[in-house]
Design a protein around this ligand. Structure first.
Ligand code: NOJ
Ligand code: CA
Length: 677
């Protein structure tokens, strides 16, 4: 691990006098702009608040817990101890949007004890970054709270003033996969995180969590006006979370910046709040571009199931490998290779085999043929969210894939929300939620078991990302919002603003296996998707994932050699990322520098409106550069002329600006190749 600086100072002040115990504890971000305060207020309630540049952002907000088998922890607290420290370290990501990440914060912890007869304690640890505030609650081991059966977390976020909010409804059947609502803050319902708000002074705040381990996922509900509260994901066993003390909750994070571009950049704090890599050497985790036996199933021209439409046949897979090798793709995802898809596969999941291929699919032969041509097989384990069936069988599946030389598996948890089949502590069947404690544990088990076999995991219908890729860098990507598949069969399809929403909401949590690159611009039954051709290319830069698919059928990719060239050229692993312009839901313009190479890419996506802007090229290094531009044609419009694209080259240098027009539903993609001085 690369460290340029490590400053660690600890100052512990024991508060002996009761008078001092009433004085709130305060801390500031390293640049002094964000201030946080916590103390025991009226009725001994623990309250925190946050200001930025002296202006209140989060007013007095309580912290506390309800338990299923013990009195609540909410009142009668006294501050009994406090400590502060500062930390500054720069570390390196094995893969990611930035090679080096600075983790710079001031930390303050405040221990509170109940004055009632139980004398239970909680320690609230807060970290103040220049662009974020995060806190978590540590429960020390204690006689009157040996096991915490948490019914609800009583964490509040009291937003000062109204403004706009972008949020994705929680607890509905399609899990994370809803379009973003854009409402007033005071009109938020029950939202998933990340959720982004913009109070009327223009500050941007994104609410999320970091290091979600052995706990239940947090959602956010409006109480009234700007008062928001945490709502944990339910569990079938009564308490939403069961933990023995000592333990810590996940971090409750507020990314706080002056504008949308810096909000995106602030997402590194989610990583910083996670523990360093626990897997050791992860050089076997390979960022790559891949194609798949996949889109045909979503178009319904092929099937996962056996029979005449079966997609995963040996012959077709070999054809796909030839296509991949000829077009510089180093991965092939094959879905429907295994037995179990016949009939109503999403109903139960207990039909799936994770080791046995369909008779018309020669798994070892296909994997070997690919490896000979430099195309790695990406395995697929759909589980239909039946983890009771999957968990005892997944090890054998991973062993088999490891023997064959497969280093990545896409997992899937298709079921309605609340429909995860698990086994309860009593050995009986239980139904759980995709982001409840049971699934939080399950995903980590899958990732660590697979990692033992040097297999990376890309989870679909996953638990949300909370930065655990820092600790487990083989958790290479995941879905967790509406991806391209909604453009095949979604009702409605993804609207033009969808990706400009994602960048400043879902993407704050980590990589997304969105699967861009439908160059035919057509979904099921030749229904148009709501995008221009240039936008499909822009998505490779804008929607970050270290594994990027070219989702379309090979014949459609081949039919568009000009645009396909960009997909061949674009990198998937980066040294640096800069958001050049952006407004939540309207526009995102992102520049990324290829890892280990003097090359940059810019991607820009808009919404349903036409937009013009100049890209300042100051991010380019010295000398002259060839800009390979893929932009919407002058008459392009996603409704009337989505295929109009201009592919042109220009010589530029860092002092130039590149004028771009983004069509309604459009985008732009540019590669910058250094020409030397
Ligand atoms: C949903 C996933 O998102 C999709 O990519 C996959 O093809 C299907 N489930 C089947 O596993
Ligand atoms: Ca918009």
């Amino acid at each position: 691990m690369f460290k340029i600086a490590l400053v660690l100072t600890t100052l512990i002040a024991l508060l002996a006098s009761p008078a001092l115990a009433d004085v709130p504890v305060q801390a500031r971000s390293p640049n002094g702009e964000i201030a946080y305060q916590i103390g025991a207020g009226g009725e001994g309630r623990v309250n925190y608040s946050v200001t930025r540049n002296g202006k209140p952002l989060i007013g007095d907000s309580q912290l506390g817990f309800l338990f299923t088998d013990a009195p609540q922890m909410l009142r009668n607290f006294k501050l009994v101890d406090q400590a502060t420290r500062s930390f500054d370290e720069t570390w390196e990501q094995p893969w990611g949007e930035w090679r080096r990440v600075r983790n710079h914060y001031n930390e303050v912890s405040a221990t509170f004890e109940e004055g009632s007869k139980l004398h239970r304690r909680m320690r609230v640890v807060a970290r103040l970054f220049d662009d974020a505030v995060a806190f978590r609650i540590e429960f020390p081991r204690q006689p009157n709270l040996a096991t915490a059966n948490i019914a609800e977390e009583l964490t509040q976020f009291r937003v000062v003033g109204d403004g706009e909010a972008w949020w994705d409804t929680a607890f509905e059947s399609n899990r994370e996969e809803y379009l973003y609502n854009r409402t007033k803050i005071s009109e938020i319902g029950i939202a998933q995180t990340p959720m982004t708000i913009r109070p009327s002074d223009g500050t941007h705040i994104a609410f999320h969590e970091a290091a979600l381990v052995d706990y239940s996922g947090m959602n956010i509900a409006k109480v009234q006006g700007g008062l928001l509260k945490a709502v944990l994901t339910p569990s079938s066993s009564g308490p939403k979370v069961t933990r023995d003390t000592p333990f810590v909750t996940p971090w409750r994070v507020m990314l706080i910046t002056g504008d949308a571009p810096s909000l995106y950049a602030a997402n590194v704090e989610i990583l910083n709040l996670n523990e360093p890599n626990k897997l050791g050497d992860v050089s076997w985790v390979k960022p790559r571009k891949y194609v798949g036996i996949w889109w045909g199933m979503h178009l319904d021209t092929q099937s996962w199931a056996s029979g005449a439409k079966h997609g995963a046949t040996t012959a077709y897979a070999r054809k796909m490998i030839d296509f991949a090798a000829a077009n510089e793709f180093t991965g092939l995802l094959v879905e429907g290779w295994n037995k179990g898809w016949d009939g109503d596969w999403f109903a139960n999941g207990d039909t799936f085999s994770f080791t046995e291929a369909y008779p018309d699919f020669d798994l070892p032969g296909v994997v070997a043929y690919g490896l000979k041509k430099g195309v790695h097989f990406i395995g697929h384990n759909e589980t239909s969210a039946n983890i009771a069936w999957y968990e005892p069988r997944m090890g054998a599946g991973f062993d088999m894939f490891q023997k064959l030389g497969v280093d990545a598996i896409k997992t899937g948890y298709v079921s309605d929300a609340g429909g995860v089949q698990a086994v309860g502590p009593d050995g009986k069947p239980r139904f759980e939620w995709h982001e409840g404690q049971v699934m939080v544990r399950h995903h980590l088990k899958v990732v660590t078991e697979a990692a033992k076999r040097h297999i990376a995991i890309d989870a679909h219908e996953p638990v949300k990302d909370t930065g655990l890729r820092r600790t487990y860098p083989s958790w290479i990507s995941r879905e967790g919002q509406r991806g391209m598949e909604y453009n095949a069969w979604g009702v409605p399809k993804n609207p033009p603003e969808h990706e400009a929403n994602l960048v400043f909401t879902r993407m704050l949590s980590g990589p997304m296996d969105f699967t861009p690159g439908v160059l035919s611009l057509m979904g099921r039954g030749n229904t148009p998707i709501l995008s221009t051709l240039a936008k499909q290319l822009a998505l490779y830069v804008v929607i970050y994932s270290p594994i990027q698919m070219a989702a379309d059928l090979p014949e459609n990719l081949a039919a568009n050699p000009g645009p396909l060239q960009f997909i061949k050229d674009v990198a998937v692993d980066w040294d640096d990322t800069k958001v050049l312009a952006g407004e939540v839901g309207d526009l995102a313009v992102i520049a990324r520098k290829t890892r280990g190479k003097n090359e940059w890419f810019v991607g820009a996506v808009g919404d349903e409106q036409e937009r013009h802007f100049d890209v300042p090229l100051g991010f380019l290094g010295e000398g002259r550069w060839r800009a390979e531009i893929y932009r919407d044609g002058d008459t392009a419009d996603y409704r009337t002329n989505p295929r109009a694209i201009v592919i042109e080259q220009r010589k530029v240098s860092a002092g130039d600006r590149l004028a771009l027009r983004i069509a309604p539903g459009g985008g732009a993609a540019v590669r910058f190749v250094s020409l030397g001085r």
